[in-house]
Design a protein around this ligand. Sequence first.
Ligand code: AMP
Length: 205
Amino acid sequence: MRVVLVGPPGAGKGTQAKVVCQRFGVPQLSTGDMLRAAKAAGTLDPQLVAAMSQGALVPDDVVVGLIDRRVDAADCAGGFLLDGFPRTVPQAEALGALLTRRGARLDAVVQLDVPRSLLTERLIHRRADKKTGQIYHLQYNPPPPDAELEHRTDDQPAAVGHRLDTYEAMTAALLPYYQGLGLLRRVDGVGTPDEVTARMLAALA
Ligand code: AMP
C-alpha cells in the first residue's frame, strides 16, 4: 500500500496516519517530522530552519531528496504512508518519477477535509509532549499534569494563518493533479478521531 495523505495543518493527519499505518503495517513518512529531527540534531541549514518557523515551505529538492533516500529502507518494502509530502505539483511529479524508477506506483491519495475556522482553533490550542511526541488539545484532549508541553513555533497564531494560506494555494493545483490521475479520495475530517479513522479505512478499502 502506497498512499499519500493530504490535509491542511491541524486536520488530524498525524493522528490518522498513525492508526492507518498500524492497521496496514507500513511506516509513516512525514517530511515535517524528518525536517524537525534534522533541526533538533543541528544538521538543518539555518535558512531552512527560518523558513520552517515562519510556516513557509522548504525547497522541493530538499524534501524530494529526503523521500528518495527514505523509500529504499527495508521497512518501506511493503509500502508506506506519506504525510505532508508532496505539497506541490513538482513534488508530486518527482514522487511519481522516483516510484516509477523503482517499478512502483501510488495506490491512492486521501484528502482529509476540515473547514478553516476549525483548523485555526485546533492549531492554536495544540501542544505536544516533548518526551513522548503525543499531541494534545488544551480543551478537548488535555495533557496529563506531568507532560512536558511544547507549542510548536509554527502553531503560534502569526504562523498559522500563513500555513493555512500556503496549504490552500498548494492544494489548488495538487488536488486537481491527483484527481486527473484518478487517485484522489476525499474524507470528511470533522468528527471524533475514531469516526474519521472509520471513514479513512473505508476510503482505502
Ligand atoms: P508539517 O509538520 O508537515 O506541517 O511540516 C512542518 C514544516 O516543514 C512546514 O511548514 C514546512 O516548512 C516544512 N515542510 C514539511 N514538508 C514539506 C514539503 N513537502 N514541502 C515543503 N516544505 C515542507
